[in-house]
Design a protein around this ligand. Structure first.
Ligand code: SF4
Ligand code: SF4
Ligand code: FES
Length: 245
């Protein structure tokens, strides 16, 4: 265990714990956007920035990406930190004025949209959560493509992706509601692709696409289900693990 100081409070953490997790475990709030507990962090939004003092050097780091390996002092909500977060939020609200999560954060940090820099509104904040969720499946059906203001998430060539299994992981982890899909009994449509959704033979719920079960390589005659649709086919994460083996 290592003792660190967060906002003046001594905190004991296991070596390798991120500053974000250390703070959260001790009731110290740090805002996040691109981080998701089920996904590998990639530190692209910088909203979770904190200030650290390490051997006399002060610097701003992304708390979700910074593992604690020795005693440091952390300022999670200093003026310098708040300024860094405001800068991030300013860029986001200029581009994403309709996103409720960005609106809430901007309210908390007193950031208003600058109309003179206003771009065409877009719910996507390019956090990459959806792409990482799809990668975690092993499906890799979508990617962040394009550069600059044209950067966006899409399947290859913006067309129906053969790799997509219709699991909805991307839509589930998206913090802004950018990824939409259509659902009706027995059918689902996402990323321009239509899927058959299977009905649990025991509870009657339409619960997973045929492509998801094919991806998990479960023989048709094993498909009886329930026990909460076999824990939602061991959740999509199960599919990930089976692919890694
Ligand atoms: S629905 Fe398709 S694109 Fe989205 S995570 Fe699942 S496989 Fe990937
Ligand atoms: S679509 Fe959603 S999850 Fe994907 S990058 Fe945009 S905001 Fe993030
Ligand atoms: S939440 Fe840490 S960089 Fe986005």
């Amino acid at each position: 265990m290592i003792e660190i100081i967060i906002d003046g409070k001594p905190v004991k953490v296991k070596k390798g714990t991120t500053i974000l997790h250390a703070a959260q475990a001790n009731g110290i709030e740090i805002p996040t956007l691109c981080n998701h507990e089920g996904l590998v962090p990639d530190g692209n939004c910088r909203l979770c920035s904190v200030e650290i003092e390490d051997k006399g050097n002060k610097k701003i780091v992304a708390s979700c990406m910074f593992p604690v390996t020795r005693t440091i002092s952390v300022q999670a909500n200093s003026e310098r930190v708040k300024k860094a977060r405001r800068t991030v939020l300013q860029l986001l609200i200029n581009r994403n004025p309709k996103s409720p999560i960005i609106q809430q954060l901007c309210l908390a940090y007193d950031v208003k949209r600058e109309e003179r820099f206003a771009l065409e509104p877009d719910l996507c904040i390019r956090c990459g959560r959806c792409v990482r969720a799809c990668e975690a499946n092993g499906t890799k059906a979508i990617a962040l493509v394009g550069i600059g203001f044209d950067r966006h998430v899409a399947p290859p060539y913006e067309l129906e992706s053969a790799a997509c299994i219709g699991c909805l992981s991307c839509a589930t982890v998206c913090p802004t509601g950018k990824i939409t899909y259509e659902e009706s009994p027995g059918k689902r449509k996402i990323w321009h692709k239509e899927f058959d959704v299977l009905q649990c033979k025991r509870c009657g719920i339409y619960f997973a696409t045929k492509d998801m079960l094919d991806w998990a390589r479960r023989p048709e005659n094993d498909r009886d289900y329930c026990d909460h649709c076999q824990k939602y086919i061991e959740s999509v994460k199960f599919l990930t693990e089976s692919q890694k083996k």
